[in-house]
Design a binder for this molecule. Sequence first.
Ligand code: AMP
Length: 304
Amino acid sequence: MTTTTTPVVAHTREELKAAREALPSRDVAVVMTMGALHDGHAHLIRAARQRHAHVVVTIFLNPLQFGPKEDLSRYPRTFDSDMEICTTAGVDVVFAPTPDVVYPDGDPGVRVAAGPLGEVLEGASRPGHFDGVLTVVGKLLHLTAARSAYFGQKDAQQLLLIRRMVRDVDFPVDIVSVPTVREPDGLAMSSRNMYLTDSDREVALSLSRALRAGAEAARLGPSAVRRAAREVMVEEPLALVDYLVLVHPHTLQSVPEWYRGEALLAVAAKVGTTRLIDNAPLHLGPDGGAIDVFSDVPHARADV
Ligand code: AMP
């Protein structure tokens, strides 16, 4: 029989420090979230748990990464069920601060600048978003003093920028990525799926269908991938596409027709009132296909 212990909950910096210092080992991994936890988060936590003595989960709805017209005020808040998921997944400490704990002097005057990689794709639609993300990720890395931090491939551009920040300014932490966890029908799990009506949810399936169609054309090269994915989205006019792109996974620049190798097929679309994103890492070439999605196993392995 496995026993589960309720995690220690820390709301302040002092409580977090005390909880961290009470852990028997310094081998701590952090999983950063905005709450409204689902199986994708649980998978990240379990991947961290397998490799480290302790796991700290942060639950923080970071105002800095939301634009004035975005969904901060209606973002789902489900602390009790988040705690259940953290308990079952074996989390040691949950750090759930309020904005005044994270930003005691108000909006920070000094922020981490994401640079050009933060201005394309999500950054083009959400100006300043990645500066807000990197600033809070930097602060939470310092506050938790974690050795490793686990992030989902679901937010591929975020993951890329966090890796760049850690390399560019030498954070002493390993960044580990975990493949996207999907519903059995292919929809990428997301806290924002809670906003979808039944009919929205049907429409939302077009995103993963488009990625799958693109992945199936990966052997034929970039234009075949783009065409296959676009055809699926065109058939679903209720999904308002913001972008559907095939880019290099490190530069996020469109790959030319001659290109073979790793690429990222990424989509963002508005379904009803909800903006959804999804992506598929692909290998373009003779034995091409999806790298870690749409396998027969819905809960893909962590690439650790
Ligand atoms: P969020 O709470 O949406 O900010 O996500 C917190 C972390 O969970 C980020 O590293 C996300 O990339 C990751 N995540 C969110 N959804 C999924 C998913 N479906 N599969 C794997 N990781 C995910």
